[in-house]
Ligand binder design. Structure first.
Ligand code: NAI
Length: 325
């Protein structure tokens, strides 16, 4: 039997985790041979709900699930972990300004960044899902100097999958027929889902759809999909977000396909003129657990303008939390 790998999930009593935890426990991330320990972090007020979730996990009798730790202490949650799903964050309440949300959540990621720095394995892979995900990841990075930015990412995978879903529907193909879609920038309505290099069954996507559809339907649909799901379902995306989180980590652990890339928000290395250090979604490839930004893609003025808008928005968010960096 292999040595178990410890996986932390924060916000473990929330909606996304209610889907995520069961899939992790069934072995979807690390495969059928790898036992795992789940270390679940919540706030004290949510402990009872978490207790109920743990009862259900136990009731599944997953063969790979070696142990479950429930805690409200980040030190305990992050002890020697190799994977961290940082899902927990405060939702935006009625009348709450985006700036207030930024500040409240920023504090959470300052504390968790410090705890990761001190207690996590040195090769930990951290995925920030809790919003505002990019800036929360930036705060965690700033508070974890011993780990380094390569250990941290923020989630753009749901946007990436949404883009594939829309294009597949439009072209009447299945998702497997689609390659090289990308989503640039911030996980917000400013994000830029880009089809300029996308392929559908090997053909240029933009030669198969009208430019009008790309600009006036595809882009806004992907940008506003989260809001639309809330409107229709009455609650925010949860199962699809959990799926995206698992896909993101699975690809980080096992690599991208040879002829494709995915979108992940990582600390910019200055590629495409994006200020170094900002956590920004780029097309990336992954091999041996290392994420590399896809370089030197040709971008037209239409795309560059949208990249700059995202950079400006992320700089504004950074400004709002600068006391925590
Ligand atoms: P939820 O409100 O159902 O669950 C959040 C959980 O986090 C709650 O149980 C809460 O008690 C917990 N929490 C709050 N502060 C915490 C802390 N300091 N430590 C540990 N846990 C804490 O929300 P849901 O639907 O599960 O979404 C979670 C986050 O993911 C939200 O910020 C949401 O906006 C974001 N999200 C991000 C997506 C992305 O693509 N990046 C997609 C969908 C949601």
């Amino acid at each position: 039997m292999k040595t178990p790998i410890d996986i932390a999930v924060t916000g473990a009593a929330g909606q996304i985790s209610y889907s995520l935890l069961f899939r992790l426990a069934s072995g979807e991330l690390l495969g059928p041979e790898q036992p795992i320990v789940l270390r679940l972090l919540e706030v004290p007020q949510a402990m009872q709900t978490l207790q109920g979730v743990v009862m259900e996990l136990n009731d599944c009798a997953y063969p790979l699930l070696q142990k479950i730790v429930m805690t409200d202490d980040p030190k305990v949650a992050f002890d020697n972990i190799d994977y961290a799903f940082l899902v927990g964050a405060k939702p935006r309440g009625p009348g709450m300004l985006r700036a207030d949300l930024l500040k409240d959540n920023a504090e959470i990621f300052r504390v968790q960044g410090k705890a990761l720095n001190e207690y996590a394995s040195r090769r930990v892979k951290v995925l920030v899902t809790g919003n505002p995900a990019n800036t929360n990841a930036l705060i965690a990075i700033s508070n974890a100097p011993d780990l380094g930015p390569d250990c941290f990412t923020a989630m753009a995978m749901l946007d990436h999958k949404r883009a594939i879903g829309q294009l597949a529907e439009k072209c009447g193909v299945i998702s497997r027929d689609i390659k090289n879609v990308m989503v640039w920038g911030n996980h917000s309505c400013t994000q830029y889902p880009d089809l300029h290099h996308a392929k559908v069954k090997g053909l240029d996507a933009l030669s198969l759809v009208e430019r009008e559809w790309f600009v006036n339907e595809f882009i806004p649909t992907v940008q506003h999909r989260g809001t639309e799901v809330i409107k229709v379902r009455g609650q925010s995306s949860a199962a699809s977000a959990a799926h995206a989180a698992i896909e993101h980590m699975r690809i980080w652990a096992h690599g991208t396909e040879i002829d494709d890339w995915v979108s992940m928000a990582v600390a910019s290395d200055g590629s495409y003129g994006i200020e170094e250090g900002l956590v920004y979604s780029f097309p990336v490839t992954v091999a041996d657990g290392r994420i590399s930004i896809v370089k030197a893609l040709d971008l037209n003025e239409f795309s560059l303008e949208r990249l700059r808008l995202n950079e400006a928005e992320l700089k504004e968010e950074r400004q709002a939390v600068k006391h925590l960096l």
